[in-house]
Design a protein. Structure first.
Length: 564
């Protein structure tokens, strides 16, 4: 027998590898034995799973029955045990306990869930239950509620809905319950969304920091993760460490807290600037029409705020009509209300100028008193027609919600108002610079006598300019209806601020009005955290009084031979 039959091919360490004579037959035998072993193993696993089913059901029954007690510690233990049991009944039972719908029968310690329709189901099986007799509610306290929050968070970490996973991670972060650590680890390993995974890692870090059994190195590393989160919840978490915390961990937590406070201060300043820009946009809408009328006619119109109020009530009426006859158009209600508010407020403005103001030109005190009287009449008319209470104006769905940029919250309604104010400002600039009426308006603003000598009908320019300013105020009312109460006193809150913007920016100058509105809006919001709303506005008023002593014509004074 030669070597090729005694030895198979292949060399190990330079030596021939022996191969048994009947290797093929033995391999087949080994394959049969392996297959038979696999079948036996599968059968044994199935057998033990069948045996374990009743045992698991008994364990779940014991856990559920632990809720039938007056001991809060036992209830906390039942919540934690049920949350880690893997039972499909865990979530309904714990959520019912959270909502105060979990009850038990004292006679046999049977636990039931009360449905919203006051019917009952068995907490263990979910089957409907009737004639359950007298029951007692399962008691709650703060410790039980914390255990519930942690349990709900752990049960929701693997939920298909991303929103549920986000809320679950946040719940675990706040509760810092160590029983959720295993669920967190499993969820982090399966998570594919980077943002949600970061939230879960932050929740795990919070659990590690709060765990006195964790090593100092792990706790310090976890503190670094929490510092990167950098919000108020992280700051509160680092400030709640017990007195028994090791010195190195406490020092790392204090250093991280200082960094978080510094970061939050920067974000808070940015948030105040954003609020200031939104307030400046509101002031721009409210003041831009006043800047035109005051610049052209020199009239102090105390009824300008009521034009804003009329625009807001026009929005309310439009929405009421849409709600009655075409509810499907509610999201488009503001686009319908904008031209309506402009026309209604503009028509009322033209009527006021033609009937009252044109008889009082050159008599500033009488004009002021007359327009103040008109404002009172308009307020009372609206109060008699619509009532003195606030009216609800619906916010369209596309203006709801907010956008998070870091720790900066940008609400959709204020963003829409800023964009709308920019559009109105740009459209008004184009109108005044590119149309014949705009040219006539600027001519009358700069030199009324010369404009009249050139054939411009200055009285009609006055009327239509007053209507234009009132119409823009009506547009401001549409915008304000989305962020303020619609009431007969709506305009009074903005009339003084509007005059401050016009005087500070320069009478009749649109760019000056824009700069003044944004400057006063941002300054007001930056002063509020330190001086309060009232004192902050007083400080701004004092500043403007001092400013106009040096520059009586404002930031950007109009140039013209007769502008004085």
């Amino acid at each position: 027998m030669n070597a090729s039959t005694r030895y198979g091919p292949g060399i190990i360490s330079g030596r021939l590898r022996p191969r048994p004579y009947h290797s093929a037959l033995r391999g087949e035998r080994i394959g049969y034995v392996g297959a038979l072993s696999s079948c036996l193993f599968a059968a044994l696993v199935s057998f033990f799973l069948i045996l374990a089913g009743p045992a698991r059901a008994q364990d779940n029954a014991a856990l559920v029955q632990r809720f039938a007690t007056e001991s809060f510690n036992d209830i906390v233990g039942a919540v934690n045990g049920l949350a880690t049991s893997g039972s499909p009944r865990a979530a309904p039972v714990i959520e019912a306990l959270r909502d105060g719908r979990l009850v038990y029968r004292a006679s046999d310690r049977a636990v039931f869930i009360r449905r919203p329709d006051n019917s009952f189901v068995n907490a263990l099986t979910g089957d409907p239950a009737a004639d359950i007799g007298t029951t007692r509610p399962v008691r709650l306290n703060n410790n039980v509620r914390r255990a519930i929050d942690a349990a709900v968070g752990a049960l929701s970490l693997l939920h298909p809905d991303p929103a549920r996973r986000i809320s679950a991670a946040e719940a675990v972060f706040k509760s810092r319950d160590g029983t959720a650590l295993a669920a967190l680890e499993a969820a982090i390993g399966q998570e594919r969304d980077a943002r949600i995974k970061t939230l879960m890692e932050e929740a795990r870090a919070a659990v590690v920091v709060a765990n006195p059994q964790a090593s100092e190195a792990d706790r310090i590393a976890a503190i670094g993760i929490i510092q990167r989160r950098g919000d108020q919840d992280a700051l509160a978490m680092l400030g709640s460490l017990p007195a028994t915390t090791p010195p190195l961990v406490r020092e790392a937590a204090e250093s991280a807290a200082v960094g978080i406070r510094r970061t939050l201060a920067v974000w808070e300043a940015g948030q105040n600037v954003w609020h200031g820009i939104s307030l400046g946009s509101v002031l721009l809408l409210a003041a831009i029409g006043l800047a035109i009328t005051f610049g052209v006619m020199g009239v102090i119109n105390m009824a300008h705020g009521e034009m804003v109020m009329i625009g807001a009530y026009t929005t309310f009426v439009v929405q009421q009509v849409i709600r009655t006859f075409a509810p499907g158009l509610m999201d488009a209600s503001l686009f319908i209300a904008l031209p309506m508010a402009f026309l209604v407020a503009g028509a009322i403005g033209v009527a006021i100028e033609r009937l009252i103001i044109r008889h009082l030109y050159g008599r500033a005190l009488e004009t002021l008193l007359a327009t103040w009287g008109v404002s009172l009449v308009l307020q009372q008319a609206v109060r008699s027609w619509f009532g003195p209470t606030n009216r609800e104006v619906t916010t369209p769905s596309w203006m709801s919600g907010s956008i998070e940029i870091g720790h900066l919250a940008i609400t959709a309604n204020r963003l829409a108002i800023i964009v709308f104010a920019a559009i109105v400002f740009a459209a008004l600039l184009v109108f005044l610079k590119r149309t014949p009426f705009g040219l006539q308006t600027r001519a009358v603003t700069q030199n009324r006598r010369m404009a009249g000598a050139m054939g411009i009908r200055t009285n009609w320019v006055d009327a239509f300019t007053f209507g234009l300013g009132s119409g823009i105020a009506g547009l401001a009312g549409v915008a304000l209806s989305q962020i303020d109460n619609v009431s007969p006193n709506l305009g009074q809150a903005y009339i003084i601020d509007s005059f401050m913007v016009v005087v500070f920016g320069g009478v009749g100058n649109l760019w000056g009005t824009l700069v003044a509105a944004m400057t006063l809006g941002i300054a007001n919001k930056l002063l509020e955290p330190y001086a309060g709303a009232v004192l902050g506005k007083i400080l701004l008023l004092v500043f403007i009084i001092l400013f106009i002593q040096k520059r009586p014509r404002g930031l950007f004074a109009l140039k013209g031979r007769a502008v004085e």
